[in-house]
Design a protein around this ligand. Sequence first.
Ligand SMILES: [Fe+2]
Length: 359
Amino acid sequence: MRLAHNPYGLCAFFCLLHGLTRINTRPMDILYTLLMKDDIENKLHKRLGRVHARQRLGIESDKERHIFGGGLNFFHPENWYSLAAILRYTLKLTGLYYLGQRNTRRLRVVHNSLCLPGLPGAFEGYTILHLSDLHVDMNQQAMRHMTSMISEMDYDLCVLTGDYRARTFGAIDATIAGMSQVAHVIDKPAFAVLGNHDSILMVPELEDMGFRLLLNESVVLERGEEQIYLAGVDDAHYFRVDNIQKARSNIPEDAPSLLLSHTPEIYQQAAHADFNAYLCGHTHGGQICIPGGYPITLDAKCPRYMGSGSWQYHTMHGYTSVGAGSSIVNVRFNCPPEITLHRLTAGTKSQQGSSAQRR
Ligand SMILES: [Fe+2]
């Protein structure tokens, strides 16, 4: 007998759902799992291949909300949800909360000259809009301000370096709704990678709205007869499903190449895989910094000088965006949010040849 025609069956179903809800406290997740997950998983198998899809889904499930261990670093404050409440109450007690909230809306546009040795002449001055760590469902007012700024900007390509969701687990609906507002104002090709706050389940809908995800993949960018390569890796910080070898595999040896990664933490692997440039985010520049802009923590296993802005490692030129959004608690101190415009240049002889590590 069908469930809908059986009052006892319906009653049992809702009792089971209620019981699960009490255990898990996430009814939307349970309904989502029951109704949608199979369909999205099938799409992911086709899009990414069975191994990558199963690895990412399995690891997301295994490592959900671990505060200690599991990622490249040991402590994961973004998964410690009591920390947000503690910070919020402490800031309210000290009278700093509303000042910190106001700072999250002070979005600035940062201009960076990005050197790619061997850059073809047609790409000199090519401009990349770099968005990172939007956490779109954390602060809708800040995101509205950001989209109105983007709608008036001029650029050739948009890249997004991950962390679209506020939380690190749970429903993705609010994130998808927020990202559709961002997609609405981007009028050039857009390529993206996922961060440690993002679920692989977001991929089909993000791609449907026009963001092409680079998940250990590369694409060629063309201008006239000339080409450069853009690659991207899946999250290396927490899920550790990045594969630089696969991302680099279709790029000719001497071709100018640029890598997107959520985190700066795989800078060594990227430099020694001969990427010329590296764009990332994740650190938020510390988000809460002491006066002078010194971060208390970067939540990343990398040198402090890679925590924000431009840097160089051997001959690879990198840039870490402090991000446009905020995480854990919606405040920023001494570290304003940014969106970045990178202007590509072949650079001078000294910029191209330097093998010194800047520290
Ligand atoms: Fe982030």
